[in-house]
Design a protein around this ligand. Sequence first.
Ligand SMILES: NC(=O)c1ccc[n+]([C@@H]2O[C@H](COP(=O)([O-])OP(=O)(O)OC[C@H]3O[C@@H](n4cnc5c(N)ncnc54)[C@H](O)[C@@H]3O)[C@@H](O)[C@H]2O)c1
Ligand SMILES: O=C[C@H](O)CS(=O)(=O)O
Length: 483
Amino acid sequence: MNLKDPTLLRQQCYINGQWQDADNKESIPVNNPATGEIIATIPKMGAAETRRAIDAANAAWPAWRKKTAKERATILRRWNDLMLANVDDLAAILTAEQGKPLAEAKGEIAYAASYLEWFSEEARRIDGEIIAAPANDRRFLVIKQPVGVTAAITPWNFPSAMITRKVGPALAAGCPMVLKPATQTPLSALALAVLAERAGVPAGVFSVVTGSASAIGGELTANPIVRKLSFTGSTEVGRKLIAQSAETVKKLSMELGGNAPFIVFDDADLDAAVEGAIASKYRNAGQTCVCANRLLVQAGVYDAFAAKLAAAVGKLKVGNGFEAGVTQGPLIDDNAVAKVEEHIADAVAKGAQVILGGKRHHLGQTFFEPTVITGVTRDMKVAKEETFGPMAPLFKFETEEEAIAMANDTEFGLASYFYSRDIGRIFRVGEALEYGMVGINAGIISSEVAPFGGVKQSGLGREGSHHGIEDYVELKYLCLAGL
Ligand SMILES: NC(=O)c1ccc[n+]([C@@H]2O[C@H](COP(=O)([O-])OP(=O)(O)OC[C@H]3O[C@@H](n4cnc5c(N)ncnc54)[C@H](O)[C@@H]3O)[C@@H](O)[C@H]2O)c1
Ligand SMILES: O=C[C@H](O)CS(=O)(=O)O
């Protein structure tokens, strides 16, 4: 990894403004999924170090909340600017530990920085209310105050953006944050801490702890000083963290799993639908929470869409993310590859046909062939489970009502997509889909200015947009009498 600024690559945790090893000096390797080589080691910390980070956050909170909104905004804006000034190094670190192509990694860094920029602006718009009281000698005031010490636990698939989507609103609202990044991709988080320090984030306001997920998570969820937990990851782990947080009644933000339907109606622009399907399904080698997981295609255009999609998918280039022109990197680990293989094998055993790809790539490691399968039916695992890999399963439907029923037949409700040029259908289907987000004639919909989040078992709360700050403030009602 050739960095212009090698000091961005850290192999220690950042607690209370200090770079530290684990108390027991133990460490964990960080692997490059494309080559299998060890690129760094990080401390294997646990509950004791996490408690110190929480105590440091609590000690730093009064001074941080006392800063004016403009002072906090200035620091967040400077952090954004530093991310953009170091985009090449941050992207190289991200590709080395997560595998996504460098162009995608640069895109993630810009996306991640946009949350710091957005919440540097939102910091100055956390306004209250004065309510018309029911008596002339009274005035009712509502003010918004920072929730307190917050914690974040983030996934490996977006090692930078999932962090700034949480730390941005937290710091903007006046809350300190203790972060546990994914064990597979901690280096991006530690590089963010380097830039936070340079931006002027005071010691204790942002700390990064790596190591035992259960030990660190156990402390973050049990410690009463932590007033809020924001988690992004699988629904399975989210359920555990919700249960662990119940004892201390923490505020929770949960960004969990998905099972996105991608519906192609017979009135769709098929070329646009293929472009959108490629963008949604194969971004990050299919490892995003909002990837199309089920492609539902109306019978009249099924064969034409399948042929067009297979032709376009066949042009995707698999390889090391640092190689020019590569659009498909490796999957994160062998378990991820096994999940894709399991879904393909199950579908084929129940009658589906592989029309493109279908097996591990000849490059070895965790590379997988971009895959398209047809003849998929609702009894197959891929209908109910998140594949999280570069495999597009095509289901067939006859009517609009059938498509909506198929799309909603899941416990998930994060992202959904459909392609149609009929305005009546656009409103009917957009309103009928049980999802937090709906892409209409669009395969990529995420933005810092829009509310990101799901319904049902895809999560709680929203991140980004004006709404994203609400999860980091408490409403306080002041009743003024005797005026
Ligand atoms: N909704 C969203 O915005 C969003 C975004 C990205 C990923 N995801 C979901 O995340 C999943 C893939 O990411 P992943 O494999 O990192 O998910 P994961 O749930 O396995 O891990 C997420 C984070 O939780 C930590 N963790 C795991 N077990 C824990 C425990 N017992 N206590 C405390 N922390 C624990 C991990 O170390 C990691 O930091 C997919 O289901 C994907 O849909 C959702
Ligand atoms: O995987 C989850 C991310 O939230 C995807 S996105 O980059 O925000 O669309």
